[in-house]
Ligand binder design. Structure first.
Ligand SMILES: [Fe+2]
Length: 263
């Protein structure tokens, strides 16, 4: 693909987003949130890709994947007024279908189209699919890392902001209670990703977000996580107990092992 193709995709995305703009302040806040998220994920994927020394074509493909990864969020919100996939639709799948329906990627080669479609489709899957070809798996891993880094930003800003300024759909409507579930905490010590279905409170959701570090793939992503201090910033919004303090140390140690080994 070429630089011109990326310029075309950016203009297409811009027009598509605008078609979902709303005069309702609440709705517009949620739509803007996803638009801003997209731009930040584009920046993240470029930062990771540069550190992985990708070639120019791979860099352009990575940017395209990032630009379109959450395309499904816009029709999802328009139809269901929520970002909760479990009560609406799988937004990765919807994004992939939207790209196909509009033939947005027609200027790319069939192989490139497949990379983008599959990366969008699986960016939010519980785990990385094993039966895809290597190039596709690589881009799926890349977008998952770039996406998580910005989802952490969105949540940290949400927790750190005043209630009036918050985009309502971010907290998934979970109750802010001073408790968390023991089984959710146990998953983290097993280095397992917490399934969304198992969470009951906003604190469980914070623990779930922390568990995503066990799904990060690339060293540059661990470095960005550590530079942006997301572990400390999320745990500071959990109950300030000895248990959470120990957890924070455990997670930071894990990240340290990931940034001091490999490339
Ligand atoms: Fe997403």
């Amino acid at each position: 693909m070429t630089q011109e193709d990326l310029v075309f995709f950016k203009a297409w995305f811009d027009k598509y987003c605008r078609s979902f703009y709303s005069s309702d302040i609440e709705d517009q806040k949620n739509i803007s949130l996803k638009e801003q998220h997209t731009f930040k994920v584009c920046e993240n994927i470029t930062a990771i890709s540069e550190r992985l020394s990708l070639n120019e074509n791979q860099m352009l493909l990575a940017s395209t994947v990032a630009l379109f990864h959450d395309l499904g969020r816009f029709p999802q919100y328009a139809r269901y007024k929520t970002f909760r996939d479990s009560i609406s639709v799988n937004h990765g799948l919807l994004g992939a279908e939207t790209l196909q329906e509009h033939e947005t990627l027609r200027v790319l080669s069939p192989d490139e189209q497949e990379v983008v479609i599959q990366a969008v489709r699986f960016h939010n899957a519980f785990s990385v699919p094993k039966n895809e070809r290597d190039e596709i798996v690589f881009f799926i891993k890349l977008i998952r890392d770039a996406d998580k880094l910005d989802i952490w930003r969105v949540f940290v800003e949400y927790y750190e902001s005043a209630e009036e300024g918050r985009a309502s759909a971010v907290g998934l409507g979970l109750p802010e209670m001073p408790v968390y579930s023991e089984d959710v905490l146990a998953s983290l010590y097993k280095k397992q990703i917490v399934p969304l279905a198992s969470i009951r409170t906003l604190n469980d959701f914070r623990l779930l977000q922390l568990s995503w570090i066990f799904d990060l793939n690339f060293t540059p992503a661990f470095l960005l996580l550590s530079q942006r201090q997301y572990i400390g910033r999320i745990t500071s919004h959990l109950p300030q107990t000895e248990v959470i303090h120990s957890l924070s140390i455990f997670l930071k140690e894990y990240v340290k092992t990931k940034t001091s080994t490999l490339s």
